[in-house]
Ligand binder design. Structure first.
Ligand code: CMX
Length: 434
């Protein structure tokens, strides 16, 4: 058994045993209450699920196993000469709760390279879709088409013991994560570069190989992609893509079927698709103002026009966060070091000054600050990745690290089928009848 799997086995069985006695002895303890407002308000803040890999604090932002993003930049292994952490290190941390060594991260990069072969039929399935199919739809179809390779599904069919669910889930997780960059790059090249595909380079780390297969060379872009793939990985369990993956996984659907379900949730404009919406909206603004460097006054007028048209300002607001998203700040820091003179990046920074007071003035927006999606598009455009319909696929490749490591924990802890109680509005009214 490899070292990572061994560690996961030991840590997860220790937690499972601890939880089993806790729930047996304290199962009746009340942990939260639900209000009518929460039932009709998207279940905001209701504590109702367990997610081991990360936790979101409304003020401080995301913490992966207790570490915030600036701490991770210092602690996670980096390649020589690089300033950004390797996403492999974050996966190791989320899966076993330990900051890995450089050797452990190198092992993981090589292990994923060795598991990265995408089945031929997946390419055939994709080639049969109209080329203009949205990249997120292609991504979902591509992941689903690889379900033929599921170790969990095969072993379950053969009579897998519930004590070994975690083992098969680990194998699927490692294989699926390893294959995603090639799948995603194939979609990009087929959709936007006439199917002129680039062979993987197995000597590169997971993020750099992805950058290489996209066809965007240069150390700066590789570094940005490593950062991007690290900061988008997880945002505790209640966000729509994580929650969907978790719910579908609770039926013992394998990692492929569970994650593709989660990716359908990520494809919604209030969630992951917001990254495409942001840059689309910025392009529309620049075109309507007929300038590449609008003034703050011009931007403020356009923001008000957008709101007057009954639309949201993409990239701003959050269901949980109440401060600027540290994932936005991490990208801003990268851009301040590498892209000071980029017009499009400067527009993002002006928006950061202009949008929050306008949203605040509406008196209803709980968080007027930028979220993760407000910045990424401008940096991608700068490096030549201008096809914004593709952006959510990048988010999805990263999100796999979080939702799949969490799925391993769900199988190891032995979470049952998720099945909350629903009620009708008629029942609600009956509670208030005198
Ligand atoms: N622009 C305009 N209005 C906004 C707004 C924004 N960016 N953010 C919130 N509001 C509005 C809501 O639409 C709501 O209005 P109504 O009462 O008229 O329906 C009101 O403010 C209250 O909303 P909220 O409680 O502050 O926010 P929610 O928790 O309901 O929604 C979110 C959160 C992210 C869906 C919302 O802020 C939004 O639509 N933002 C723009 C889209 C976006 O950037 N999504 C990406 C989020 C990150 C991610 O999950 O990937």
């Amino acid at each position: 058994m490899d070292e990572l799997k061994q560690k996961f086995s030991e840590k997860s069985s220790a937690l499972r045993n601890k939880l089993r006695s806790l729930v047996r002895e304290q199962g009746g303890t009340k942990m939260d209450e639900v209000t009518l407002g929460q039932m009709y308000g998207g279940m905001r803040g209701v504590k109702s699920m367990i997610w081991e890999t990360s936790n979101l604090d409304a003020q401080e932002g995301i913490k992966f196993r207790g570490y915030n993003i600036p701490q991770l930049r210092d602690l996670l292994p980096k390649l020589n000469g690089s300033d950004e952490p390797l996403p492999e290190g974050l996966f190791w941390l989320m899966l076993v709760g330990e900051i890995p060594t450089e050797d452990q991260v190198s092992w993981l990069a090589a292990e994923w390279a060795g598991r990265s072969k995408v089945p031929d039929h997946t390419f055939k399935v994709l080639d049969n879709l109209p080329v203009e199919t949205h990249p997120m739809t292609q991504f979902v179809v591509g992941i689903n088409s690889m379900q033929t390779e599921s170790v969990f599904a095969k072993r379950y069919f053969e009579g897998l013991s519930k004590h070994d669910f975690w083992d098969a889930c680990y194998e699927d997780t490692m294989n699926l994560i390893a294959r995603l960059p090639q799948l995603a790059a194939y979609i990009y090249r087929r959709s936007f570069h006439n199917g002129d595909h680039i062979a993987p380079d197995s000597s590169l780390d997971w993020g750099a190989n992805f950058a290489h297969m996209l066809g965007i060379e240069g150390d700066d872009f590789r570094d940005f992609l490593r950062l991007y793939l690290t900061i988008h990985a997880d945002h505790e369990g209640g966000n729509a893509s994580a929650h969907t993956t978790h719910l579908v996984g609770s039926t013992l659907s394998d990692a492929y079927n569970s994650m593709s379900a989660g990716m359908n949730a990520l494809a919604g404009p209030l969630h992951g698709l917001a990254n495409q919406e942001v840059i689309k909206w910025i392009f529309e603004m620049l075109e309507s103002l007929d300038t590449q460097s609008p003034s703050k006054e011009q931007i403020a007028d356009f923001v008000r026009q957008t709101l007057d048209a009954g639309k949201v300002i993409p990239g701003y607001g959050h269901a949980v966060l109440r401060q600027p998203d540290p994932r936005f700040t991490a990208q801003q820091r990268f851009a301040q070091r590498n892209l000071q003179d980029s017009d499009i990046v400067n527009v993002v920074w002006k928006l950061f000054d202009v949008v929050p007071p306008i949203l605040d003035s509406l008196g209803k927006v709980k968080n007027p600050w930028p979220n993760v999606d407000a910045h990424s598009g401008a940096i991608l455009v700068h490096y030549g990745l201008k096809e914004f319909k593709y952006y959510t696929v990048l988010f999805g490749v990263s999100r796999a690290l979080g939702v799949l490591s969490a799925l391993c924990w769900s199988r190891a802890i032995g979470f049952p089928l998720e099945r909350p109680k629903s009620v009708t509005s008629e029942w609600i009214f009956s509670q208030f009848a005198n």
